[in-house]
Write a protein that binds this ligand. Structure first.
Ligand code: NDP
Ligand code: 8X3
Length: 254
């Protein structure tokens, strides 16, 4: 059991939901953010009754800095400087070559994955630094390490996340606040359904012919980083399915 409070962005599905579950199992109190309030509330009710923890749900679009700041300010003081902040909210849209890309898709990815992560970090970090402890986890991606066909803007946002994680290592050095960057490969979540604008069949094909990661695999990495002793910093994790070597080299049984 760990005594901590944990803020998770993008907790309404996938990796964020798994993080909520694993920290709840370990006795942490939670602050859950996403846009889909109904999903957050259902998850919160289940976790509260199963584990007796406290959960605050906040409907926040991380692209809206005013909403981010106001959500943080409305939290009880102790939760404004959490033990763990998980910057997980993010998405990809489309897989077209750059020359055919949709500006709307690009803006949504950049505003969420990069600017949203910055807004959330800017709002929570001063409190965490004042406490002199805490962990920021940034969920980046293998896509930020290597380009693949059609990944262009999504990959660029995740390379930006990785660079922001590296920058935080330096900016937070000496403050007691740690940073962990996690680069997952293929994880079966709502990710591909969102990427393909609701095309469920196309999304399902991304995860067939091999055993993909599940949200829990990533949540276990986050929990591991969060439960190291204070002198240990897990800076960087690359985690893929065993069948995946690079973003595009994936061994599939057909
Ligand atoms: P999901 O689509 O299942 O979850 C994405 C989460 O982000 C949802 O809870 C969604 O909630 C939230 N979200 C999206 N946009 C916003 C927004 N503007 N404001 C607040 N919340 C938002 O996908 P994953 O769980 O897979 O994705 C989680 C993270 O992991 C993302 O950053 C993704 O890029 C990254 N990742 C995923 C991989 C994969 O293969 N699945 C691999 C590598 C990285 P709601 O819609 O309710 O707002
Ligand atoms: C998600 C993994 O390879 O589909 O970040 O881009 S990938």
């Amino acid at each position: 059991m760990i005594q901590s409070n944990v803020v998770i962005t993008g907790a309404s599905s996938g990796i964020g939901q798994s993080c909520a579950e694993i920290f709840a199992e370990n006795g942490s109190d939670l602050v859950l953010w996403a846009r889909r309030t109904d999903k957050l509330v259902d998850l919160a009710e289940a976790l509260k009754s199963r584990y007796g923890i406290s959960v605050i749900c906040q409907t926040v679009d991380v692209r809206d800095n005013a909403a981010v700041v106001s959500a943080v300010q409305s939290l009880p003081k102790s939760l404004q400087s959490p033990d763990v902040l998980i910057n997980n909210a993010g998405l990809s849209r489309g897989l077209q070559p750059l020359q055919e890309g949709s500006l709307q898709d690009w803006e949504e990815m950049i505003d969420t994955n990069v600017k949203g992560l910055l807004y959330v970090s800017r709002a929570f970090l001063p409190g965490m630094i004042a406490r002199g402890k805490g962990l920021v986890v940034n969920i980046a991606s293998i896509a930020g390490r290597q380009a693949y066909r059609g990944g262009n803007v999504y990959s660029a946002t995740k390379a930006a996340v990785k660079m922001l994680s590296d920058s935080l290592q330096i900016d937070l050095n000496g403050t007691g606040v740690r940073t962990c960057n996690i680069d997952p490969g293929l994880v079966e979540t709502e990710f591909s359904e969102v990427r393909f604008h609701g095309d469920v069949e196309r999304a399902a094909k991304v995860y067939t012919g091999y055993e993909p990661l599940v949200g829990r695999d990533i949540a276990e990495c986050v929990l591991f980083a969060a439960t190291r002793p204070a002198h240990v910093s897990i800076q960087d994790i690359l985690i893929t399915p065993t069948a995946q070597a690079t973003p595009t080299v994936v061994h599939k049984e057909v």
